[in-house]
Design a protein. Structure first.
Length: 128
């Protein structure tokens, strides 16, 4: 019975890509436009880095959402999330649940998977 689920793999991958894109896009809109309003105070001296990461998150999230240039964008975002984890979260402690780095790790590996698996169903990359 579970073997039959394999035929829906492209659609499941498409849903994963869309959800990851939406969530990532939200992080970018929060950094750039404070929407949704952030409960975390901005770190002084990090304004340029926050603008760059906000643009990458917003634009990258949008490209992942629609499935355009999925593999190269996923490669860049995977690296960005790995760097973010080690620059920001790992310094706060070893355990991701305590250093608030679990989202960075999940995004990193979701993008890693999309880099290898491709965009799945309902993507610009797979049109005609």
């Amino acid at each position: 019975m579970l073997q039959g689920l394999s035929r829906y793999s492209p659609q499941a991958l498409g849903v994963l890509r869309i959800v990851v894109g939406l969530l990532f896009l939200e992080h970018g809109s929060q950094k750039l436009f404070n929407f949704p309003p952030s409960t975390m105070p901005a770190q002084p001296g990090m304004e340029t880095l926050m603008i760059v990461t906000g643009i990458l998150e917003l634009l990258g999230g949008l490209l992942i959402l629609v499935g355009f240039l999925t593999r190269p964008v996923s490669f860049v975002l995977c690296g960005m999330m790995a760097i973010a984890y080690f620059m920001v979260h790992a310094q706060k402690g070893f355990f991701p649940a305590n250093n608030m780095g679990d989202a960075a790790i999940l995004f990193c590996f979701a993008f890693f998977y999309l880099f290898f698996a491709g965009p799945g169903a309902w993507s610009v990359d797979n049109r005609g």
